[in-house]
Unconditional design. Sequence first.
Length: 248
Amino acid sequence: MNDWLIDVVKRAGSMALDFRDKGFEVHIKKDGSPVTSADLTIDAFLHEEIKARFPGDCVLSEETPDDPDRLSARRVWIADPIDGTAHFVAKRDGFGILLAFCEDGLPTESVAHFPAMQILLYAKRGLGAFVNGRAVHVSSVSDDPKVATHAERFVSLHTAPWHLRNNAVAIFQVITGELEGCICTTTPSTGEHDYAWASCAFEAAGGKLTDISGEPLRYNKPVRTMPRVLIGSNGLIHDALVRSVAAL
């Protein structure tokens, strides 16, 4: 595993917890979502650490103005300094630091760290996915699969024994084998920073994350928003799930 990458994200997580304990400023962005002084400080920290080690790489972050040079770059880091800022502002535990490395638009290594819950997921294509150092893998179930969604349009496809109101949790549970699939809907403001880590983790754990047509997701695009519907699975049920979603 990449000790440097894990250490950087853990340090960012410690910074987030320190801000939560000591206080932070909150501002409202043009899209109506909150951003805090913690987001901006961690964003600067991630930029500094990446640029110090890989000075030629580009960084695409939720909290930084877009750098057009990234479009011609083969190596790009995609970061969300604090995912779930609303949770962070409310001092709930459901926030995390997301960081993924992409080469030629394909996420090949990522970390998702939820410091208040003491959870760290590291993934690398070809190596595997690990939660707190323990290898995880998607399930091998294909009959009577457990599929989660909270989107009203697809609620008839929800077969999981519990209801989730958080896409990241559903994705996490597919990656770790607790669910066989998930259907995630996004908003116009959902960006690549929200899902680059997940694309890498799905592939590393043996699963799939695609658009509504079953096409693989690409990153570092000129328009950095995500498709409005994403489908994740253990791979075994993916084609059937894509067909079921398309029928609704």
